[in-house]
Structure formats: C-alpha cells, structure tokens
Design a protein around this ligand. Structure first.
Ligand code: FUB
Ligand code: ZN
Length: 636
C-alpha cells in the first residue's frame, strides 16, 4: 500500500508519471459568499440527513442482512449500496474539511457496517448477497455490481485522502483484487452495464499502487463498444456498447453512463499516456458542448433511456438533465482540464456547478431534484415522482442523485485550482484561500470577491517560492473583456484563456481582476428547434429564469410572448446577501392570438400587456412558491 500521508488531495490525484498538463493544487478553502453558503448548508443540513434517509429507505438494512445480522428482505433498487458509498464519500471529504465528532461517529459506524458485509473472497454487493439464487458478476447488463464497487472504491479513497482512515480502502482492495481475478483478457470477458468502476479503479490504483487495478480499468474501457453486453430493455447505444470509446465522436445513450465512462476513460488515458484515447475524448467533449449541452450545463434531453438526444435536440420543457449527469460532466471536465490545461473545461465546470448541480438541491438543503428541465409549464407535468412539476423531493425510490450532490459539494473545494511546472492556475472563483504545494515550492493565495454576484476579484500572494513562476487566472468564456492589473499598473497577459503573469512574486503582491458581467441575452444556435426565436437571460456564469410566483395575478408564464428591452439588476435577499436578480419588461398577448394563423399576419409579439418581471438564478428556482418556470422566452 502506498504510504503517502493524508494530504490536500481530492477525488483525482494523477500519478507523478501520468500524462497531464496540470495537477490538482489541493483544497481551496472557500471562506465566504455564495459557495460558502451552499457548502455550509450541505455540511450542516444535507449530509447529516443522509443516514436518516438511508435508514428509512432500507439501504443500511441491506448491509445488515448481507452481514447475516438482519431480518426481512432486501429493499430498494439493486444498486442501493451505491447511495451508502456516496454518502460515505461525502462525509469523508467533510471530515477532511473540518472534523466533526457527530459526522465522524456516523462515518465509523457505517464503515464498520459495510466492512461487516464483505464476503471472505472479497465480494461485496448486498443485492446479490441477499439473493443467492442470482449469479454474481455475470448479469453485467443491469447487475450494477461494478457500479456499486466503483462508488465503494471512491468512498475508500476519499476516506484515506481526507482523514487517513484505511478501513474502507482495505475492503476495497480485497474487492478489487477479486474483480481483477475474475475479469480481464485472460479471464471473464465483459464490461459493466453502468460505467463508474473504471475511474474508481484508476483512483484506487493511484492510492494503493496495485497495477492490476489500472489494467482492469483499461480493459473495461477498451473492451467496451464490442457488444459484450446482452441488450436488455435498451439496445447497445444506451450502454455505449455499440462503438469503441476511441471511435465514438459524441456521447450517446444513457447520459450518466456515457459521462462516467468518459471520465474513467480520461483517467485511463492520463495514467497510461494514451494520446489517441485522450484525443477521442476531447472530440466527444467538444461535440457534446457544441450540440448536446443545455445552457445550464445540463445533459440528457430524453426521458426515454435518461439519454442524450440527437445533436441540437435540446427541448427546455421535456429535458431530462439528471442531476447525476451534470455531476458526471463535472467529473469528466475536471479530468480533461488536468490532462490538457484547456480552460474551456473549467468553463463548463463553472456553468454546470452554478446552474445544473446547485439546482439539484433546495436552498435549505433538505430536498432534491432528479430531473432539471429549463421549463416547467403551468400544468406542472407530473409523469413520475421525478417530474420537476412536483418540485424537489425529500428522497426518491431510485435515489442516485441526492447523495451524489452531497459528495460533489463536499469535495468541490478541490476543483478550484491547479498547478503545473509553470505555476498556479486559479480555475474557479470564491472568496477564500489556497495553499498549494507547486513544483516551484509552496504558494499561498488569498482571494477576495463577491463572485458570482460581482466580477471584481482581488488575488493576493501570501507566500511565494523564490524565483519566477506564473500566476494564471481563468478568463471565463462568458466574459467579453476580462482584464487583470498589478498594483504597479501592469496588465496581466490574456493568452490561451488565462490572464497570466510570470514574475518573481512576493508576499503582498496583489492582482485586481475585472470580469465585467453586464446582464446579457443569449440565443441558441438556430438548429436548436425547440428554442428558435427565443432568448435567455444570463449574467456572469449564471443562467436566469422566470418564475410564476413573480407574475401579477392573471398572467400566465406559458403565454409570455416577449421579454425585450433593457435588463436591470435587483437584489434577492431571500436567496443570499448580495444575490443579484434581473428585471425586464415582458409582454403577454392581448387578446389571445389563437393557436395558428396565416403567415401573413404579424406575430403578436409587439402588442399585448407589458409587465415588469423579476428573474432569479436558475439554480434557485422552486424555492419559493412552486409554480411554472422558464429560462427561454420568445423574442419580438
Ligand atoms: O443506474 C443507476 C442510476 O440510476 C443511473 O445513473 C441513473 O440514471 C438512474 O437510472
Ligand atoms: Zn441520479
């Protein structure tokens, strides 16, 4: 076992020999503003809810049963174990942020429970252990054993990195060894129906150094796409099993599966220095951003198969946009950022975290969204318990998203900064501090800002190694004219998507970054049929939406015909101190124009009743009175 001490390492820690332009710079301590509020609610409210909800749903009883100490029958979907592991991962990162006796006690008892259920041969999956009539590690299409194993391994790595605790890591090592004995070119040919174990095996390899785990991850990535999975309920594309990862040009099929696979493949590419694989992933990522990504960063247009749609198939109201898919996108983008240094990946992380992921949990931290459409109609379509028309919910029969949000927020501070032999790169912005062990020596930075409500950011060097090194600050893709100035008046250079300055920095040096964020209207590519002729409001990295609760009596959000004219800003104290809302004049038809009319008749966008409406950041929708919501509105 690798004896590295617990350190400032997050969910991804490339080996020193791996390919990669950047390395994680360690945890950025968020100390104020929006992110501090969201992380605090996650720590104080959401994560502590986990054990209670997992107990109620039967996930923990499944482990008691598998350990031989419980009674009753297995409960929940066959991948229920994964929710326990995601919670354990969340609590590990929280313990790394600041140890809590209460969380620590819950963590220890749940860890022991998990360990007690492991079979002597290393196998661990309570569904199959509670169903001895079912065949283990063979029902790969929907069995989810490898998916659950992956979440176990990630929780174990988190516990080791954040707190030094190795109990789950030992459990994981035994299970991964068992998997390595079973699968592979010389063993059982097969791939997981739901990817996840690939990135987890790579991370386990990085933590404990056993090359069999990296080999197994590489095998799973390379074997996929050869129709090894017997189609069940869905055809091969749903499982990304119709085309080898290296040959695919765009993510397809079930969105979470596709994104977890891509993240795992990026880990394999980085760890094995596989440039071809990395290039294929970059192509897929580029095509996803160019034609399959919602304005919020949400992914997956179709309810059917929880899947990606065709290029430009991005209906706002029928969007699925599972919270887990947004999280998968962040995981993939982070790995691509590390591998390539291209700040576009950090741009997507920012957009996705601030819009799609944050929308996945209520502001009070107690309720969760599974699907995240960009429009909810007045009738509030409710086709399933997941429907956004119900608003966020306490838990779900299939509860993959809630604990996924928990672990993502608990580890998010690790996604803020990177380092390279040249220096340090600040990728995300919040008030706080970074102490980064860079190749040049330790660098400490303080960041002061009201971002994302305001685009002024001050970066102060608190500690710097002697000699020259480069400080780089991501220039967000949404910003038209980013700039940064040193106190002596010299400007940082804008190149390759970063504002940079290479110099002999000293403690006390300060950079003033300006990211002007006037409110703006955004249009989609004309090929996005569903929102052609519409515009959305954005400011900085935030997407805004209209909510029915802000409408005057009698006005119907479904019937808005335009929202043109100047956009002004306003304060939203119910959301957060300093939170900025947008206001705009909207028009409603007067009289009703009828469903169809001759093309020679002017569209009814200019007339009608004008109403001044407030809009709120998309992530905060549905936190006041539940009702209709929409991001896109027609333009006159
Ligand atoms: O199959 C496990 C999880 O359940 C998937 O990632 C989600 O999309 C949901 O189907
Ligand atoms: Zn989910």
């Amino acid at each position: 076992m690798n004896e590295a001490a617990p350190g400032p390492f997050g969910p991804v820690r490339p080996s020193t020999t791996s390919r990669g332009e950047l390395r994680p710079a360690g945890r950025f301590r968020v100390e104020g503003g929006l992110w501090a509020e969201r992380l605090e609610v996650n720590r104080e409210v959401t994560v502590p809810l986990g054990p209670e909800r997992l107990e109620e749903a039967g996930n923990l009883d499944n482990f008691r049963l598998a350990a031989g100490g419980g009674s009753g029958a297995y409960q929940g979907p066959l991948f229920s174990d994964s929710d326990v592991y995601k919670w354990l991962e969340a609590v590990a990162w929280e313990q790394g942020r600041e140890p809590s006796a209460q969380l620590g006690g819950l963590q220890r008892s749940m860890t022991r429970l998990v360990a007690s259920a492991q079979s002597p041969d290393g196998y661990l999956d309570t569904f199959y252990q509670c169903h001895p009539e079912r065949s283990r590690l063979t029902e790969l299409t929907f069995g989810h054993e490898l998916y659950c194993a992956g979440h176990l391994f990630q929780a174990a790595v988190a516990a080791r990195r954040a707190t030094g605790d190795t109990e789950l890591l030992e459990v994981s090592g035994r299970f991964a060894s068992h998997l390595a004995d079973v699968f592979g070119p010389e063993g059982r040919q097969g791939v997981p129906g739901h990817p996840e174990v690939e990135m987890a095996l790579v991370e386990l390899y990085r933590e404990v150094g056993d090359p069999r785990f990296l080999r197994l991850a590489s095998y799973f990535v390379d074997a996929r796409g050869n129709r090894l999975l017997a189609p069940e309920h869905f055809d091969s594309p749903y499982f990304q099993d119709h085309l080898p990862v290296r040959k695919a040009t765009t993510p397809e099929g079930h969105a979470v599966r596709a994104l977890y696979l891509a993240a795992g493949a990026a880990d394999v590419a980085s760890e094995t220095n596989d440039v071809d694989l990395l290039d294929a992933l970059a192509l897929q990522w580029g095509n996803m951003v160019a034609s399959k990504t919602y304005l919020t960063g949400g992914l997956g247009s179709r309810w059917e198969g929880e899947a990606f749609g065709d290029p430009f198939e991005l209906p706002p109201d029928l969007a699925y946009c599972e919270t887990c898919a947004a999280i998968g996108s962040v995981m993939w983008s982070w790995r691509m950022l590390l591998a390539t240094g291209n700040p576009s990946y950090a741009d997507l992380i920012e957009r996705t975290m601030l819009n799609a992921v944050l929308a996945g949990v209520s502001l009070d931290g107690t309720r969760f969204a599974y699907v995240n459409p960009l429009q909810v109609r007045s009738a509030g379509e409710q086709v399933s318990e997941r429907s956004a028309g119900y608003g966020r919910r306490a838990w779900f029969g299939c509860a993959c998203c809630p604990a996924n949000v928990m672990r993502t927020l608990s580890s998010f501070e690790h996604y803020f900064a990177t380092s390279s032999p040249r220096g340090v790169q600040l990728q995300q912005f919040a008030p706080g501090a970074l102490a980064a062990p860079t190749p040049a020596g330790p660098v400490a930075l303080a960041v002061r800002t009201d971002y994302p409500w305001d685009g002024e950011i001050e970066v102060e060097v608190l500690d710097a190694p002697s000699g020259r090194w480069e400080l780089s600050i991501r220039a967000p893709g949404w910003c038209d004219n980013p700039s940064a100035t040193l106190r002596d008046g010299s400007e940082l250079e804008l190149s390759g998507g970063y504002l940079r300055a290479e110099r002999a920095w000293s403690a006390g040096d300060r950079v003033g970054v300006r990211l002007p964020m006037p409110p703006r209207r955004t249009r989609a590519d004309r090929r996005v049929d569903a929102v052609r002729g519409c515009a959305a409001l954005e400011r900085g990295p935030l997407v805004y939406c209209f909510e029915g609760t802000d409408l005057p009596p009698g006005a119907d959000l479904d019937r808005i015909v335009s929202a043109d004219g100047p956009i002004t800003t306003t304060q939203l104290p119910w959301l957060s101190a300093g939170a900025v809302g947008l206001r705009v004049a909207a028009r409603f038809p007067d009289p009703d124009p009828g469903l169809y009319r001759p093309s020679t008749v002017e569209p009814l966008t200019g007339g009608g009743t004008e109403v001044h409406l407030g809009t709120v950041p998309y992530f905060a929708w549905g936190n006041r009175e539940l009702g209709p919501m929409r991001v896109w509105v027609p333009e006159a």
